[in-house]
Design a protein around this ligand. Structure first.
Ligand code: ADP
Ligand code: MG
Length: 327
């Protein structure tokens, strides 16, 4: 699962063996990889001018093809090691990628010595990972909120009936907080701090015992360290525009879905997944705004990779949802 924020790899019979941020630290002088993944994430906000942090799949599309390719190769060889020769690989990429980008990722997978390479649509993998009955004539709606994109799809009879993808996700929530702290509190914080703030007190709807939190950053005017005490409700208000954009996208999807399938969704609900869905009370907010039940998948960060894993484990049963990629 090559996500905009995280890349996960599942090995048949073993489970998830790689779970790393989709991030590279590049040595500017010769464009070589200094480090990647978790190690690179530790460097956010702390690198000298000679190093650049690259998110090759920012916004859900591959903006830096070569780096994305490099990361895929590195992580695949880490996952596969020497223990598997000529593996079968299923890759899951966001909907927004162009065919050229998709091709370059498939090439990277072939280059690791794969015997066969397949691709699977992300919402399909999410639906399988959530144990939905995708082959039934039934409206299965999946809302996958990733780092840079939200993908909404309705699946019935083993196929995507209707899909909608918007370039907004968890990282936009983080960016909103950075912006808000700057404009409302004249304070500068880096992405890491804003993300922790989002995880700790961010929410989409009022909840019990809302905490306060102290954030430390830099005073924009004086240039010195500064602390402010924030209310959970203020953080929620700052996040509202992003949350509303996601809800609007779901509303559009519902309006484009055939009535019989909408009535299934109305009765059994839509499934919410992806790391962005872990924003507190987001399920409640969507349910309230759209009047449909919302179910959360068990582990939103790994639903997609687990779905792809199920396709490997039960290859014959799921072959029909995969697309074969030639060398
Ligand atoms: P992608 O599939 O695009 O790689 P993920 O599904 O891995 O994205 O989700 C990553 C996003 O989830 C990040 O923006 C991260 O901040 C967000 N996220 C992870 N945990 C939480 C949490 N507890 N609360 C809010 N957002 C979260
Ligand atoms: Mg994802």
């Amino acid at each position: 699962d090559l996500g905009t924020a995280n890349t996960l790899i599942y090995v048949k019979g073993v489970g998830v063996v790689v779970d790393e941020p989709t991030l590279l630290a590049i040595q500017k002088s010769d464009r070589s990889i200094f480090t990647y993944g978790e190690e690179a994430k530790k460097l956010v906000g702390r690198v000298p001018d000679s190093i650049e942090l690259v998110k090759p799949l920012r916004d859900g599309v591959i903006s830096e093809i070569e780096y994305a390719e490099e990361l895929v190769k590195t992580l695949l060889s880490k996952a596969i090691g020497r223990s598997y020769s000529r593996p079968r690989i299923i890759i899951c990429v966001p909907n927004g990628v162009t065919s050229v980008e998709q091709r370059s990722i498939e090439t990277a997978a072939h280059a690791t010595g794969a015997s066969e390479v397949f691709t699977i649509e992300e919402p399909m993998a999410a639906a399988i990972g959530a144990n939905l009955q995708i082959f039934e004539p039934f409206g299965n709606m999946v809302i996958d909120i990733g780092g840079g994109t939200t993908e909404i799809a309705v699946i019935s009879m083993g196929d995507v009936v209707n899909a909608n993808s918007v370039r907004v996700g968890g990282e936009d929530m983080t960016d909103k907080l950075i912006e808000w702290l700057r404009s409302e509190h004249a304070m500068l914080v880096d992405e890491g701090i804003a993300e922790s703030l989002k995880h700790a007190v961010g929410s989409a709807y009022q909840y019990d015992k809302e905490p306060q939190v102290t954030v430390t950053g830099r005073d924009i005017v004086k240039g010195v360290p500064k602390q402010v005490l924030l209310e959970a409700s203020d953080v929620r208000n700052a996040l509202t525009p992003v949350v509303n954009e996601i809800i609007e996208a779901v509303r559009i999807s519902l309006s484009q879905t055939p009535p019989a399938l909408v009535s299934d969704i109305d009765k059994y609900g839509a499934w919410l997944t992806g790391g962005g869905s872990m924003l507190k009370q987001l399920d409640r907010k969507i349910a309230e705004e759209l009047g449909i039940p919302i179910n959360m998948t068990e582990d939103p960060l790994s639903t997609v990779v687990v779905g792809s894993g199920i396709c490997l484990e039960r290859f014959e049963d799921y072959k029909s949802v995969l697309k074969s990629s030639d060398k």
